[in-house]
Write a protein that binds this ligand. Structure first.
Ligand code: GDP
Ligand code: K
Ligand code: MG
Length: 298
């Protein structure tokens, strides 16, 4: 490919905010591929996930983060918050995502944590859900009192047009320097990690409200023979009673979780997958520091 025009730029863009404001949806839209799982439930994102986009002379290193937890202080939540704090230092610009027209205590908590020496873009997401646009002006005036935001961007992470506009806004905060990743790389995460995440996404999407906060997924086996991948994973839940919710009537639920995860991973990687799922109870794992670490959390 031809050398890009102009000096190369490369920099880190951290995406932060309370749970469910659309951070991971934004990351995926910016990268143009699903690198971070999403659902309507809090705690879907539990890791710092890097999504890469190289466009023209610029390489964006977007960093998705868990939603900052302000409620329960168990070991898992403490680890999630540590991940958020670790992700906002040493970046070139921070994208603080809120729902357009709304600013609650949980948003304020996140804003408080942000380093004062890094520019912050206020991204007012889910604009498509705002019916009275006129009311956004006074809301914005209020927001500007809270922090000297570098930019204010009302948009929808689900609008391709808005995403296109966002690159130019973000780009000017990235320093002129050489790229850190290959131009075609999408994420710093492994296929093994992505497989566990995809199973967890389907688990979150297909089960009721209680389950997600106390379950996780570990990969027991990941083997590749040519284009075929053989994966075995275990869904870990906290209580015996949760096991039934994951397995479902005659195993229906578990089957569906497996088949939806498999289909999406096959599409992502372009090869066939054998995916085997197990369910295991580990009482109180989310409140056990050592277990939380052993399951791959920071
Ligand atoms: P996160 O917890 O901040 O990472 O949020 P997610 O990306 O997982 O999204 C939470 C929910 O908000 C999901 O159901 C998304 O489909 C939805 N969502 C994200 N962005 C938008 C948007 O711009 N408009 C609307 N209407 N929904 C959105
Ligand atoms: K979510
Ligand atoms: Mg997320």
């Amino acid at each position: 490919p031809a050398e890009p025009m102009g000096p190369k730029r490369c920099g880190y863009v951290a995406i932060v905010g309370k749970p469910n404001v659309g951070k991971s949806t934004l990351l995926n839209a910016l990268v143009g591929q699903k690198v971070s799982i999403t659902s309507s439930k809090a705690q879907t994102t539990r890791h710092r996930i890097t999504g890469l986009l190289t466009q023209g002379a610029t390489q964006f290193v977007f960093v998705d983060t868990p939603g900052f937890q302000t409620r329960h202080g168990n070991a898992l939540n403490r680890s999630l918050n540590k991940t958020v704090l670790g992700a906002v230092t040493d970046v070139d610009v921070i994208v603080f995502v809120v729902e357009a027209g709304s600013f609650q205590a949980a948003d304020a908590k996140v804003l408080e944590l942000l380093p004062k020496n890094i520019p912050v873009i206020l991204l007012a997401n889910k604009l498509d859900m705002v019916h009275r646009r006129a009311e956004l002006a006074p809301w914005l005036a209020e927001m500007q009192q809270r922090h000297p935001f570098a930019e204010f961007v009302p948009m929808s992470a689900k609008s391709a047009k808005d995403i296109q506009r966002f690159y130019a806004i973000c780009e000017k905060y990235l320093p002129e320097q050489d790229w850190m990743f290959d131009a075609d790389e999408l994420t710093d995460r492994s296929e093994r990690f992505m497989a566990a995440e995809m199973v967890r996404e389907k688990l979150f999407r297909l089960t009721g409200d209680e389950l997600p906060y106390t379950s996780t997924v570990i990969i027991d086996k990941f083997e590749q023979e040519g284009k075929l991948r053989r994966i075995a994973a275990t869904i870990v839940v906290e209580r015996e009673g949760h096991k039934g919710m994951v397995i479902g009537d005659k195993g229906e639920k578990l089957k569906r979780i497996g088949s939806e995860a498999r289909q999406e991973l096959e599409k992502l990687w372009g090869g066939k997958i054998f995916l085997e799922l197990w369910v295991k109870v580990r009482s109180g794992w989310a409140d056990d520091e050592a277990r939380v670490r052993s399951f791959g959390y920071e």
